[in-house]
Design a protein around this ligand. Structure first.
Ligand code: DX5
Ligand code: ZN
Length: 218
């Protein structure tokens, strides 16, 4: 098994120095930059929008993995694509037409991701696997960093890994929320191949050591 990709979430970074913070994780060995967009409606918190994504774009060559916790999503997809998103992930729960949203993302030339909240079963994705490039399993309820990992989500990760295998497609399977060197090996053993981590990277002094600790934890 190859080592998982590490995607630090800038939600836990110093917002007054975001450009430097994004450059710092690239230097520290991160694979993707994870950008959490929250609207105060789909989730009970507000973070940032496409203007920030655009402003950060020149500060990193890494893929920008944009996680949209917003509802509705369709009116904003183009803005995030032109701001420099390489992947756009929408929530299956954000509706009303998940299939249409995923088609729209791919039509913009961006990789299409879909995320599931803890209460949503893996079967919710059975009819969209053919138009999905990335699945993101939330291992906390979306809205805030620094929450405790929900072990109940491990079974969902294994089920999704099985569904991906039978689809024959190379779909990335990411886990997001409460990932640290203790929980990371559980998620990768269940089948995750992308680890998204906020506090476990930006909350540490040494970003390179923090990223190494996550990558080598399995
Ligand atoms: C939560 C976000 C996560 C969050 C993870 O809604 O989607 O990406 O930043 O933060 P930690 O790693 O601190 O749980
Ligand atoms: Zn996220």
């Amino acid at each position: 098994i190859s080592s998982p990709l590490i995607a630090p979430s800038i939600l836990a970074a110093d917002f007054a120095r975001l450009g430097e913070e994004v450059a710092a994780i690239e230097k520290a060995g991160a694979d993707w930059v994870h950008l959490d967009v929250m609207d105060g409606h789909f989730v009970p918190n507000i973070s940032f929008g496409p203007a920030i994504v655009k402003a950060l774009r020149p500060h990193s060559k890494l893929p920008f993995d944009v996680h949209l916790m917003i509802e509705p999503v369709d009116p904003y997809l183009e803005a995030f694509a032109s701001a420099g998103a390489d992947h756009i992930t929408v929530h299956a729960e954000a509706g009303p037409h998940l299939h249409r949203s995923l088609q729209a993302i791919q039509a913009l030339g961006v990789k299409a991701g879909v995320s599931l909240c803890p209460a949503t079963p893996p079967e919710a994705l059975s009819e969209v696997l053919d138009i999905v490039d990335l699945i993101l399993v939330m291992s906390v309820n979306p809205g805030f960093g620094g929450q405790k990992f929900l072990h109940s989500q491990l079974r969902k990760i294994s089920t999704l890994r099985g569904m991906i295998k039978s689809s024959g497609k190379s779909i990335r399977l990411a886990v997001d929320g409460g990932i640290d060197p203790e929980t990371a090996p559980l998620a990768t053993a269940a089948g995750a191949d992308v680890l998204i981590a906020g506090s476990a990277v930006y909350g540490r002094e040494d970003y390179a050591a923090a990223i190494r600790a996550l990558r080598n934890s399995n």
